[in-house]
Design a binder for this molecule. Structure first.
Ligand code: FMN
Length: 324
């Protein structure tokens, strides 16, 4: 399958593994890339630029295929050492960066001068257009269904993707709710050039997270996620667990008076405990509605091969068959 995304990133299949905090390590990124997709290391999970360099080098030992690094621009007061992370990315020869969160404009010149292709993840058409205008090479359009931060507009992909297709000139991938061949073929029909998956890739053999996390995703249905932190305009879709219950209780009690300090116990520093120790109720963690469609823990290769084989059958048999 050839699309503008496979051509842009020089990959076999139009399937990207989105950056995921404490999930997107070299094991997962290299497995996705080895299977023909695009794996992504999550930059900020590595505590220092030097740690990121080592992780990139570890990944380079595991694959000779292209992989990328995610840089999430957080709305925090004390910013991480972004110039340091960018230097690590450039010095180690990375050619693809997925940016997310705030506007990446201040950092684009450094990335572009190094010949790096930038795909910016955003949750609205206006942000996608802005990304196009400032020189991003592609965008990842994250619908309301997505695990993580869906933004504040609440537009599901059935509307968001065709809207993006109407307006964008650069290639884009559909993100949020993507899980199988049906999602891929539907996204292509809606105008996208491929898909980006988060939650689905956590439930794979190679995802270096605790088995409890994978089982929690398998057990969850499509009604088992919640939006938290909306009063802070930092909305996140998370698995509905004990911590989410407590957090939503606080949101209800405090209303608009809610401050980040009020929920620090449920959100701050929970990822290592959840992903590495398997304490899945110890805090809130991102999870997409798509958990309701995840029923197994394949290898990345099995997953990607299945998507591509089923997509071909879907296009050649079911869709063409409807016309015959
Ligand atoms: C556990 C988890 C952690 C995530 N961490 C990040 C992150 O650090 N940076 C980022 O840009 N996106 C992050 N995301 C979002 C994913 O890259 C992707 O956009 C999203 O999961 C797509 O929706 P899906 O889960 O329905 O596939 C995270 C998602 C999950 C599930």
């Amino acid at each position: 399958m050839r699309t503008r995304i496979t051509q842009l990133f020089n990959i076999k299949y139009p399937i990207i593994q989105g950056g995921m905090h404490y999930v997107g390590f070299a094991e997962l990124a290299s497995s996705v890339s080895n299977a023909g997709g695009l794996g992504i290391i999550t930059g900020l999970t590595l505590k220092t630029p030097d740690d990121l360099s080592k992780e990139i080098q570890r990944c380079q030992e595991m694959t000779d295929k292209p992989f990328g690094v995610n840089l999430t621009f957080l709305p925090t007061v004390t910013a991480p050492d972004y110039p340091g992370y960018i230097k690590a990315i450039i010095d180690n020869g990375i050619k693809i960066v997925e940016t997310a969160g705030r506007n990446p404009q201040p950092y684009l010149p450094a990335l572009k001068d190094a010949g790096i292709k930038v795909i910016h993840k955003c949750t609205s058409v206006r942000h996608a257009l802005k990304a196009q205008k400032i020189g991003c090479d592609a965008v990842s359009v994250d619908g309301f269904e997505c695990g993580g931060h869906p933004g504040e507009d609440d537009i599901p992909n059935m509307i968001l993707l065709p809207r993006a297709a109407e307006q964008l000139e650069i290639p884009f991938v559909a993100s949020g709710g993507m899980v199988d061949a049906r999602s891929l073929v539907a996204s292509l029909a809606l105008g996208a050039d491929g898909i980006n998956m988060g939650t689905r890739f956590i439930a794979t053999q190679e995802a270096p997270v605790h088995e409890n996390v994978k089982q929690a995703i398998l057990s969850a249905t499509e009604t088992d996620t919640r939006l938290v932190m909306r009063p802070l305009r930092n909305t996140e879709r998370v698995l509905y667990n004990e911590a989410a219950r407590k957090l939503l209780d606080k949101e209800e009690r405090l209303g608009n008076a809610l401050r980040f300090e009020d929920i620090i116990e449920e959100v701050a520093g929970v990822y290592p405990r959840v992903m590495q120790e398997g304490e899945v109720d110890s805090g809130v963690w991102s999870c997409g509605m798509v958990a309701g469609l995840i029923r197994d823990i394949p290898t990345c290769r099995e997953l990607i091969d299945r998507i591509m084989t089923d997509a071909e059958t879907l296009i050649r048999k079911r869709l063409t068959g409807i016309l015959d």
